[in-house]
Design a protein around this ligand. Structure first.
Ligand code: GRF
Length: 225
């Protein structure tokens, strides 16, 4: 597509990725509209940001639903109801069931704090340090029913220092997550990246062979070689 991208954002936490999107939108550098913020944590920072900004909110506690599937169904009803072009999981910490993922097929992306396929799941920074990794980073990938396993669209890499702790590494990665996620959204808005329910992601007209890499200038680049 080309033009303004209509987004639904799923978040459970402080919401810095959401605020990064909104800041670039406000600055006129990212052509998106956030139509809905959906959350399983009504008191989280992302929901507070959405309310301050007058953005539509779905925020319900999962334990107020009879089971996982009915919570997911209500959340997806709200999300699909705003007719988003793209559904962005930005720190949404609850597993989505396969039915929910199917309803969002081909238009849901997630930002994950590791260089996937390394370190899916939780505690990525601590695990990278424990392994002595020299490089770490973040990935934006298409959501499929398997956790953190969908096609990777783009990555940002950071060097691990000897003195890094999980907290310092998380901070360094987060600083690159924001431009990474926004660069992917900009590429989707321009039509450089195209997602489809039944086909692999495309980059500038061809199937995406390798994850794109975020350059120092915060643009997406094809991986050399
Ligand atoms: C980020 O590190 C993201 O990669 C992970 O959860 C965190 C969300 O941060 N999935 P925020 O809520 O956007 O500040």
């Amino acid at each position: 597509m080309s033009g303004e991208l209509r987004l639904a954002v799923l978040a459970s936490g402080r919401g810095s990725n959401l605020r990064a999107i909104l800041a670039r939108r406000d600055a006129g550098t990212l052509p998106v509209e956030v139509a809905l913020v959906a959350s399983d944590k009504p008191d989280c920072g992302a929901v507070a940001t959405a309310r301050e900004r007058g953005i539509g909110v779905f925020a319900r506690r999962p334990d107020s639903f009879p089971d996982r599937a009915s919570f997911d169904a209500a959340l997806l009803d709200a999300v699909v109801g705003v007719q988003p072009d793209v559904i962005v999981c930005a720190g949404y910490m609850r597993l989505l069931g396969a039915d929910a993922v199917r309803r969002a097929r081909g238009r849901m992306i997630n930002i994950h704090p590791s260089l996937l396929p390394a370190y899916p799941g939780l505690r990525t920074h601590a695990r990278a340090l424990a392994d002595g990794a020299v490089e770490h980073g973040a990935s934006v990938h298409v959501v499929t029913p398997d956790l953190d396993a969908g096609p990777v669209l783009a990555q940002a890499r950071v060097a691990v220092d000897m003195n890094d702790t999980p907290a310092t590494l998380a901070e360094k990665v987060l600083a690159r997550e924001h431009p990474l996620l926004c660069a992917v959204l900009a590429a989707l808005a321009r039509g450089d990246i195209v997602l489809a329910a039944d086909a692999p992601p495309r980059w500038r007209g061809a199937p995406l062979a390798h994850p794109l890499q975020l350059g120092a200038d915060n643009t997406l680049q094809e991986r050399p070689g």
